[in-house]
Design a protein around this ligand. Structure first.
Ligand code: ADP
Length: 382
């Protein structure tokens, strides 16, 4: 209701006060309009009340306002001057008027002049301010548009570069696997270790490229999830197994929901979220590599928590960690690799599953990252 009123009010105001048209009026018409309107008012007044020399101030006020809407502040100033001259001129139409009455009418005309000039000044000031605001708004719109174009170009570039990088790196990984098979056959242990290290680095590179591609997909709204019913406990166990193999020094504990809940979602994407949260828990635990994964049902949702005893995140930075490219810069951060995309992507994935994601953290004590997913009671695993 309020909004409809505001829109109508704004458009009505724009019809009465058309800044663009006002600025295009010539000085001649800005004088002519108040002159003609004042002449018309005086003519009608003399026709209706021939003997009355009192100036029709109310109508003169209307003349000033109409002139202002036609030609802005300068028209209003001309109208003030012309109506004042008309008020004084009316006095000369009578031969019998007393000196006292003349003085009274002149004082009235002067007061009217002061008031109308003050009003014209206000109108000029308003016009100036309105024009400045309009210029400011246009400049803001233009810079917003330029920023949007630049952002789109940047996103397109990142998407294209990541896409172009992914193919050769994946091919390189395939060659490395063939190479490893050959080294294994030839029993060349030293070279096999080196090839294994190369494989780890290639996996990291592939993950970074995938994160960039996912971030670009999220920005363009094209990230999709393929939904299926699946057992989340199996999914968590698989993630732990993979992490265990890659981090043999890390102590991993697990406390899973007994009822073996079934989730309706994209298993690969949920794997990705788990890998990110568990991977972060290990990465940001410089001294004690410990991770605990716990899950429990709560109000038709399965809440999965990943605990660590790592560096933690300062309270004032916690609200930003799910933003794109954000990295909470605790002192040792520079040494820890990352793009600041993992949690951004995880949050988008959980959002797509109608779930929620969050964290609790204390600097020096550790963090708990959690997410919840709605549980499907009637889902059947195919
Ligand atoms: P990345 O790890 O690549 O920097 P993420 O989006 O996964 O990107 O994480 C964003 C930031 O949140 C990290 O840079 C780090 O500062 C902080 N963070 C994430 N997980 C943890 C954690 N378990 N402990 C401490 N800080 C964390």
């Amino acid at each position: 209701m309020h909004r409809i009123f505001t829109i109508n009010g704004t458009s009505l105001f724009k019809r009465i006060w058309n800044e663009q048209k006002i600025s295009q009026r010539t000085i001649l018409t800005c004088v002519a309009v108040p002159f003609l309107l004042t002449s018309l008012v005086v003519a009608v007044k003399l026709w209706l009340f021939p003997g009355n020399i009192a100036a029709p101030y109310l109508f003169f006020f209307a003349v000033i306002m109409i002139s202002a809407c036609y030609g802005g502040g300068r028209s209003a100033i001309f109208a003030s001057a012309i109506t004042f001259i008309a008020s004084v001129s009316l006095l000369f139409l009578s031969d019998t008027i007393s000196r006292h009455a003349i003085e009274k009418h002149i004082i009235q005309a002067l007061v009217f002049l002061i008031e109308s000039l003050f009003l014209s000044g206000l109108i000029s000031g308003f016009q100036h301010l309105h024009a400045e605001n309009a210029i400011g708004a246009t400049a803001l719109e233009e810079s917003n548009l330029i920023m949007k174009i630049k952002k789109k170009e940047h996103e397109d570039f990142v998407h294209m570069a990541a896409h172009e990088l992914k193919t050769p790196v994946t091919v390189l990984k395939a060659y490395n696997q063939l190479f490893q098979a050959k080294l294994l056959k030839d029993q060349r242990q030293d070279e096999l270790i080196l090839a294994g290290k190369m494989e780890t680095q290639l996996d990291k590179l592939i993950n970074l490229i995938s994160d960039l591609l996912d971030a670009a997909r999220i920005s363009s709204g094209s990230m999709s999830c393929v939904m299926n019913a699946f057992r989340i406990n199996d999914c968590i166990k698989d993630s732990i197994e993979a992490i265990n193999a890659a981090n043999p020094n890390c102590k991993i504990e697990c406390e899973l929901e007994n009822s073996d809940p079934i989730i309706w979602g994209d298993q690969d994407r949920i794997d990705q979220v788990l890998a990110n949260l568990i991977g972060n828990a290990i990465k940001y635990s410089v001294h004690e590599k410990y991770v605990k994964i716990a899950s429990a049902l709560n109000n038709g949702h399965l809440v999965i928590k990943v605990f660590d005893k790592g560096m933690g995140i300062p309270l004032d930075r916690q609200k930003y960690v799910f933003e794109r490219f954000y990295r909470a810069s605790n002192p040792p951060m520079g040494t820890l690799p990352g793009l600041g995309l993992g949690l951004f992507i995880s949050a988008e994935i959980i959002k797509k599953h109608a779930g929620t994601i969050g964290l609790e953290s204390e600097v020096g004590k550790g963090s708990v990252f959690w997410f919840s997913l709605p549980v499907k009671r009637s889902a059947v695993i195919t």
